[in-house]
Design a protein. Structure first.
Length: 98
């Protein structure tokens, strides 16, 4: 479930924990950033000033799309790196070959 967990099981603890920690940091940052943005969105949506000025037009700007996409992309890259390292580690382990 977490990138790097398989590497920890194979004895590559440092690499596995580094990948897992990096992934969990990206995931936590994206989740936190999304929740804060969602609270801002709800505050604007339920405010009495929704139709005043350009508030309605700005409501879509409460979500930092680029930042969230960067964190998601980094998480995907970490996952792919973890898969490649796991595959390379299993080739080194003769017990794991079928």
């Amino acid at each position: 479930m977490v990138p790097g967990a398989g590497l920890v099981l194979l004895g590559r603890v440092r690499a596995g924990l580094l990948l897992a920690g990096s992934f969990l940091l990206c995931f936590g940052a994206a989740l936190g950033w999304f929740l804060i943005s969602y609270i801002r969105y709800l505050n604007l949506a339920f405010s009495d000033e929704l139709l005043k000025g350009d508030t309605l037009e700005r409501i879509g700007d409460t979500f930092p799309r680029v930042g969230l996409l960067v964190l998601a992309g980094l998480g995907i890259v970490l996952h792919l790196v973890s898969m490649a390292m796991f595959q390379a580690a299993t080739k080194d382990e003769p017990m794991l070959k079928k």
